[in-house]
Design a protein around this ligand. Structure first.
Ligand code: ATP
Ligand code: MG
Length: 432
């Protein structure tokens, strides 16, 4: 029978890669916890309306990329394309937002029907951070600092660039969009179909067009920064001062608008040139209007989302994952000869108790010494413990051998009960 394959753009993460993910995840957890952020989990499926109302009906995500369908009750639902909308919905629904400060993080799969290529998938994963209830620039900076700390802990600081922009308020952008549409009306012949379609519905999206002709038509276009209100300017100036004081390097990019409608004031992106075309690793900003837009009370908010696959690709290609994180197993018990299973299990258990951080595999499938040793090597273990007895011997097993698999050094022969103790030579005396 024909075998079924995974859906295009949706990846299996196999055990070797999963170790890379675990390394990244545990680093992320440590960093967000060190800033006092708490985890929130919310569903993968939400009403389609939630994403239309938050991300914006005239955006790439909602127009072209969402997995939307009618469920069996005829309700139109979507797989979440990002986390902020669901996070806000959940936090507001359960009363976490009114008159409170909240520092939250989430992680999980997101779905966008895009053309699959390196760093761009249809099911991908994000880490996100959202902070609610704080208005000044300090919290924007704290959130940016979390990402900067993560890059530092992962050894990636020198490969990532922070680009920031001030996109003002929704009202500023409305006025700007009118001016932009008026300007573009005089350039219709130089635009492509996409730009012409967007000219009235969402002209700002034309600004990050990749089409050269469209880009050159935009050279003399009005600039968003000339429409930004004074309060936003002050907010942005203070934010930059704080970043400078923290020695977080940034560049201003006044073309950066981001693909989601809910942002205001400061938006940013961390990008790298180590990944080819898919250079954006993290995107974020402030979104003070969103809670209200979704039916809650006015609540200040800001946050970011990180693309986990892109970060894993970076870590892998730059060789930044420590070998210890990639080792699946530490000790492999080779068990040769009759009726040694119960001895082997108790030795393995004693090792696990003494070194709770180690991975201990007990060979469970019989076979000759040589073939078991091969499996011990391919398991990635540093040490083999060999329990062996020839067919005729009777009575309890007295001795075992410890063999280094890293350097093939001589075996140590020791009494069974001393095996855990003797492993201290490889793993230190109480931990792994
Ligand atoms: P891009 O410009 O690459 O399409 P985006 O602006 O659509 O990115 P965001 O919505 O800001 O992305 O999502 C935050 C992060 O999630 C991105 O910086 C990226 O690392 C990651 N990301 C977004 N879309 C995908 C995808 N289809 N596959 C893998 N990662 C993605
Ligand atoms: Mg995109």
């Amino acid at each position: 029978m024909e075998k079924l394959q995974a859906i295009r753009g949706m990846n299996d993460i196999l055990p070797e890669e999963a170790l890379e993910w675990e390394y990244l995840e545990s680093t992320f957890y440590r960093v967000v916890k060190s800033f006092g952020y708490r985890e929130i989990r919310f569903p993968v499926v939400e009403q389609t309306q939630l994403f239309k109302r938050s991300i914006g009906a005239v955006t790439d995500i909602v127009e072209k990329e969402m997995y939307s369908f009618d469920d069996r009750n005829g309700d139109n639902v979507s797989l979440r394309p990002e986390g902020t909308a669901g996070c806000v919905r959940a936090a507001d629904q359960h009363g976490l937002l009114y008159n409170q400060h909240q520092r939250l993080w989430y992680q999980g799969p997101m779905f966008r029907h895009e053309r699959p290529q390196k760093g761009r998938y249809r099911q991908f994963h994000q880490f996100g951070v959202e902070a609610f209830g704080m208005s000044g620039p300090a919290i924007d900076v704290e959130v940016i600092q979390i990402s900067a700390m993560l890059w530092k802990d992962l050894g990636l600081t020198q490969y990532l660039k922070l680009e920031i922009n001030n996109i003002g308020s929704a009202q500023d952008r409305k006025k700007y969009a009118q001016a932009l549409t008026a300007y573009l009306s005089g350039k219709v012949d130089e635009l492509d179909d996409d730009a012409r379609n967007r000219m009235h519905s969402n002209p700002m999206r034309i600004l990050d067009s990749k089409n050269e002709a469209v880009r050159s038509a935009l050279v003399d276009a009005p600039k968003l920064c000339d429409f930004v209100n004074q309060d936003s300017k002050t907010h942005f100036r203070k934010l930059k001062e704080l970043l400078t004081a923290l020695e977080v390097q940034f560049v201003e990019n006044n073309r950066l608008v981001r693909g989601l409608d809910y942002y205001n004031n400061c938006v940013y992106e961390w990008t790298t040139d180590t990944l080819g075309a898919q250079g954006a690793v993290c995107g974020g900003g402030r979104y003070d209007g969103l809670v209200r837009q979704l039916g809650g009370r006015e609540t200040e908010a800001c946050g970011f989302a990180i693309g986990i696959e892109r970060l894993v690709l970076m870590l892998r290609s730059l060789n930044k994952i420590p070998a210890s994180a990639l080792r699946p197993t530490d000790v492999y018990l080779v068990v040769v000869g009759g009726s040694l299973e119960s001895e082997a299990f108790s030795v393995a258990e004693a090792i696990r108790e003494k070194y709770p951080h180690l991975g201990v595999i007990c060979h469970c499938a019989g076979g000759k010494f040589n073939s078991q040793m091969k499996r011990a090597y391919t398991s990635g273990a540093r040490v083999a413990v060999v329990l062996e007895r020839d067919g005729e011997a009777i009575g309890p097993l007295m001795e075992g051998k410890i063999r280094s698999l890293d350097d093939g050094a001589e075996s140590i022969v020791t009494e069974i009960d001393n095996i855990p103790e003797k492993l201290g030579k490889f793993f230190g005396n109480s931990e792994g």
